[in-house]
Write a protein that binds this ligand. Structure first.
Ligand code: PAF
Length: 287
């Protein structure tokens, strides 16, 4: 497996593959890889001849005062995992090489309509940081396919929209969430949970499952109303608070526009974010 830090080197490598007529998939990550990431790698391998994984803890997407400094950096372990997963190259750029100008004053890419709702309300600027770094990675690597997890559902929708709006030639693939045995979505941030909190965390998934079941039952009995949808959200927030979560939001949304769902919404998705101790957990389910 090749390991490149410099933009020039990874570009030269990609050029060689292109000349040989090979297709390329990119899996962007911030490292601290777990089974969820490795599943993205497996999907990437099925969809292209060559796979590049990028590992970069992106300062632009951390809201000031949050966990950028403490974000777990485990490059040696990540590389071991990637070697045993048989990818072609890992791209590990330094902050200085990616940002010629000061990080905070760099040119930004923004998808405003979708970035200021849900998690965007609680993490101002976060998604601009994501879309900016993903644009840079797409420009450097020029992948045919890029693979992202559905666990970060809002991120996935925003990146799909950005790719459409800016006419990128990259196809974005969303991959289903990998869960621990109890149902908790795999995340690098789960390691901030104590043992007790970890057991409690499963309730976030259970609440989402309960919401999906309730909507389906109400639909079947023709009793679903807009008011009922908002009531379900409110009751679920209260339920999580009673279980010691500090929920940011639970919202039943239109799956592509991310606006609050109404009874006429065809494709619904339930999204939630809640703090448990030091960990901000997010999860979502299709209805
Ligand atoms: O999902 C992530 O890990 C990050 O947001 C991403 C897409 C790698 C951009 O930094």
């Amino acid at each position: 497996m090749l390991q490149h830090q410099s933009i020039q080197r990874i570009r030269a490598q990609v050029r060689q593959w292109r000349v040989a007529g090979e297709t390329l998939a990119l899996v962007p990550t911030m490292g601290n890889l777990h089974r969820g990431h490795l599943h993205l790698v497996d999907v990437a391998k099925k969809n292209a001849d060559r796979v590049v994984v990028s590992v970069f803890v992106n300062p632009l997407q951390f809201v000031p005062g949050t966990d950028f400094e403490n974000y777990p950096r485990t490059l040696d372990h990540d590389i071991e995992k990637l070697v045993s997963h048989g990818i072609d190259a890992v791209f590990v750029p330094e902050v200085e090489s990616l940002f010629a100008n000061a990080v905070q004053s760099t040119t930004k890419v923004s998808v405003p309509e979708l970035s200021n709702v849900l998690c965007g309300r609680f993490r101002p600027g976060h998604f601009d940081g994501v879309t900016t770094i993903v644009t840079k990675l797409f420009n450097i690597i020029q992948p045919d396919v890029a693979v992202f997890g559905e666990k970060d559902y809002q991120q996935l929708v925003i990146i799909k929209r950005m790719v459409a709006d800016l006419s990128f030639a990259t196809k974005v693939l969303g991959v289903e969430t990998i869960r621990e045995s109890g149902g908790l979505a795999m995340s690098s941030r789960n390691q901030y949970l104590t043992q007790d909190q970890h057991e409690n965390a499963i309730n976030l998934y259970k609440v989402l499952l309960g919401i999906v079941r309730r909507i389906k039952a109400l639909r079947l009995s023709n009793a679903l109303s807009d008011n009922e949808l908002r009531c379900i959200e409110q009751q679920s927030l209260q339920y999580l608070s009673d279980l010691d979560f500090k929920p940011d939001y639970i919202q039943i949304c239109d799956a592509t526009r991310l606006t609050p769902a109404t009874t006429s919404t065809k494709n619904m998705r339930v999204l939630a974010a809640a703090w448990l101790g030091e960990a901000r957990l997010i999860d979502n389910l299709a209805v």
